[in-house]
Design a protein around this ligand. Sequence first.
Ligand code: DQA
Length: 146
Amino acid sequence: MPHTLLVLNGPNLNLLGTREPATYGRETLDDIAALCQRTGAENGLDIEFRQTNHEGQLIDWIHQARGRCAGILINPAAWTHTSVAIRDALAAVELPVIEVHLSNVHAREAFRQHSYVSGIAVGVIAGLGSDGYRAGIQHLAKRLQG
Ligand code: DQA
C-alpha cells in the first residue's frame, strides 16, 4: 500500500495567484496541488492536499493524520507566527513534519521571523516558491525509503 502524505495549507493561501503576486508569485493553489500530486506520483506516494482558513479545522486534520499518514508537509501561513495550538497538534501526532513557505520569511517583517512550528519540524524550506513543496515531498519520500 502506498504511503500517504498530508499537505496542509493555512489561511489566505486559497487566494494565491492574485494575492500579493510580487511576494507569492502567480501560481494558484490548484497549480501547487497539481505539482504536489505529480511529485507524489513520481515518488510512489499518495498526496492529500488541503487548505483551510479555520484553525480548528487544521488541527482536526492534523489529529486525523495519526496512524493514517506517513508525514506532513505544512505551510501554516500566518498561523506559523501565532499558533501554539498548531505546534502542539503537530507534536502530538508524532509524524515527520516539514514546514514550507513560498516567500523567504527571514527577509521580510520581523514578526514573520519567529515560527512556533520550526522547533518540532524535521526541516524548514522558505523562499523557493512552489519548488519548496516539491523539495519537501521528495525529502519525506527519501526518509520513508529509509
Ligand atoms: C507564508 C508566509 C507567512 O508569513 C504568511 O503569513 C503567509 C504565507 C509563505 O508561504 O510565504 O500567509 O507562509
